[in-house]
Design a protein around this ligand. Structure first.
Ligand SMILES: [Zn+2]
Length: 398
């Protein structure tokens, strides 16, 4: 890692001390590496000997002793129904979601910087992941999440010994609290894209998809988008992979799927805007998609445009139908956020965006086991009914 670079103004910063966002314009900072030098000693063949976790790509990850629980290198499963469709099953990560990758990287660097207290606003799974990695690193975790997050997230954070505050509001309200109290409390804020290393962990999704498909990128990638770090990270990974000479200039169509109850990126895309507006009254059973405004919205929308992709939204009942369908047909019990990618794929196939033969990777971002209180409510054997318990905003009854 040579320097950190602002994605807005291009200003460079030293990674030798903790950084947040660009002090000039608030831009997200990207870690940059000397890839032409790394290229001489790091080859695709070298990977065969390495452990099956995300740190197999150590040369292009932050320079820190990894705080690892075995995250990454999750299966890329060919769909039983459509062989050229693949499901990247992130539910098999530590703490049951893709958030493990970003927090492993961020906590590893926090340990290197000797930070003692980390804080995070979270819609649910990032909280669990921070709590676990902070426990492993013997660092304090201060967690702020909506009071109606899935029960598993709350129990996990408690078990891992984190300091948890439940907030009567959304992740944006939690973020405000972290910002207001952070300085006096001595917390380092590991919010999505407000420090440079979660995106580095998440970018390993891109390295893995490339490696698992034999270094040929798919035609499309469908990514459930709340904060959008994985989508941003994968796009960064593809550029690095090309600079390493491991892939060519071809890129997949990048698809952002959101819930109709909180679809700021999809709305901005439809309106041809470069940034999104805050989504009012966000409400969806897919807790991780309940992000009223993503900090990296300008990056996400730019990637969609450059890749010839699209943003779209799906309803909660389409999501629940997809959860059940994947479980029955593929044997994968997906998180609602993850199942949204199947709902999106169906729409894009029906609409002719994807041909039946296109190779498409669908991201299941987490395991459905963390959402039993959300998807399992009610006695009905079919998910065609509206959800009995709507988690969202201030609606959730307790
Ligand atoms: Zn800047």
């Amino acid at each position: 890692m040579t320097f950190l670079e602002c994605t807005r103004c291009g200003e460079q910063f030293s990674p030798e001390r903790p950084n947040t966002v660009c002090p000039i314009d608030g831009g997200v900072l990207y870690a940059r590496y000397n890839l032409s030098s790394i290229k001489k000693t790091f080859s695709r063949d070298a990977l065969a000997q390495r452990a099956a976790n995300m740190w197999r790509y150590a040369e292009v990850l932050p320079d820190a002793e990894p705080v690892t629980l075995g995250e990454g290198f999750t299966p890329l499963l060919s769909s039983r129904e459509t062989r050229n469709v693949f499901i990247k099953d992130e539910g098999l990560n530590p703490t049951g979601s893709f958030k493990a990758r970003g927090l492993s990287a961020a906590v590893s660097m926090a340990k290197r910087y000797k930070l003692e207290k980390l804080a995070i606003p979270s819609a649910g799974n990032a909280a669990s992941a921070l709590a676990a990695y902070a426990a492993a690193a013997h660092i304090e975790a201060h967690i702020f999440m909506p009071k109606d997050v899935p029960l598993a997230n709350r129990i996990e954070c408690d078990m891992y010994g984190a300091h948890v505050t439940l907030v009567d509001g959304l992740i944006s309200d939690c973020a405000r609290i972290v910002q207001e109290r952070g300085k006096s409390a001595g917390w380092f804020d590991v919010s999505t894209l407000k420090e440079p290393f979660r995106v580095e962990g998440k970018k390993t999704l891109g390295y893995e998809v490339a490696e698992q498909l034999g270094w040929k990128l798919p035609d499309g990638i469908i990514y459930p988008t709340g904060g959008g770090v994985g989508l941003i990270g994968m796009w960064k990974a593809f550029d690095e992979l090309e600079q390493l000479g491991w892939i060519g200039p071809e890129r997949p169509h990048m698809i952002a799927v959101q819930s109709a109850g909180c679809a700021p990126i999809s709305k901005a895309w439809d309106e041809g805007k470069d940034v999104s507006e805050t989504w009012a009254k966000a409400s969806t059973i897919a807790a991780g998609l309940r992000v009223p405004k993503a900090y990296g919205d300008y990056l996400i929308l730019n990637i969609l445009k450059k890749s010839g992709g699209v943003a779209l939204s799906v309803t909660d009942s389409e999501i629940l139908d997809a959860v059940r369908y994947w479980a029955r047909v593929e044997g994968i019990f997906a998180a609602p956020e993850g199942a949204a990618s199947l709902a999106a794929y169906r729409k894009l196939r029906d609409g002719g965006f994807f041909a039946p033969t296109d190779v498409v990777v669908l991201f299941n971002t987490g395991t459905g086991l963390k959402y039993l209180d959300v998807v399992g409510a009610g006695p009905s054997p079919t998910m065609k009914r509206p959800p009995a318990r709507q988690i969202g905003g201030i609606i959730g009854p307790y």
